[in-house]
Design a protein around this ligand. Structure first.
Ligand code: SF4
Length: 221
């Protein structure tokens, strides 16, 4: 029985024969040339179905194993980190770039975070979400690390996840005034997680320690 092929970003499908692959599209923000290329490559390899994923990617479904190397070569794009123990995705809402409700620039901050963290190896999988206001369209409170725009800056949540045991994230920092402060806090959380010696999802660690103890441990206060 076939299995996922981590190094090729290939996820075996229900037929146990073919694979889904999904190029990395930071924030789900792309252009017509990239979309045309994905469609052209899909046609070339007989890929009949594309799926828009919850991680803001476009998955090509039903790819044959023997085509994986050449299809990636033809796409000339990096795989999205859809599998493995790493930062899987950074979900970004439209924020002040496009959304009339936005109060902070989630696109600019989210793309910075994506550049630093996408696919970074960690003890378990991690998802991040960046929303431009408290409406939370990037499902921020269900992410291991979530950042939400407020009129005063950014609020940072930790320990959220979906999955079989869903958990709502808790407030780690109420007001980070700017992007640099958010990046510094996120770096502290990720560094702590890397060195924690635990292979649990971040939310389980927060749950066991309690948010106050977790915050003190991360910030060293
Ligand atoms: S979270 Fe706020 S800024 Fe982002 S898309 Fe939703 S309403 Fe707009």
């Amino acid at each position: 029985m076939k299995k996922d092929i981590l190094e090729k970003g290939a996820i075996v499908q229900r037929d146990r024969e073919t694979y889904a692959i999904a190029p990395h599209i930071p924030g789900g923000i792309t252009d017509t040339a990239t979309l045309r290329k994905i469609c052209d490559v899909a046609d070339r390899y007989g890929v009949k179905e594309l799926k828009l994923t919850s991680a803001q990617r476009i998955a090509l479904m039903g790819v044959k194993e023997e085509d994986l190397d050449t299809i990636w070569s033809d796409l000339d794009q990096q795989p999205g980190a859809a599998i493995g123990l790493c930062v899987r995705s950074v979900k970004i809402c439209p924020g002040t770039t496009w959304c009339k409700r936005g109060v902070q620039d989630s696109v600019a901050l989210g793309l910075k975070i994506d550049t630093i963290y996408h696919a970074m190896k960690l003890p378990n999988k991690m998802k991040m979400g960046i929303s431009g206001c408290m409406v939370n369209c990037a499902e921020t409170l269900l992410k291991d690390i979530g950042v939400v725009g407020t009129p005063k800056g950014w609020r940072i949540y930790v320990g959220g996840n979906a999955g079989a045991r869903p958990r709502i994230g808790e407030v780690f920092t109420d007001t980070a005034p700017d992007d640099d402060e958010v990046l510094a806090v996120v770096a502290r959380i990720v560094d702590y997680y890397k060195g924690s010696g635990s292979e649990q999802r971040l939310g389980r660690i927060v749950e066991q320690m309690g948010i106050e103890t977790f915050r003190q441990a991360v910030l060293g206060t």
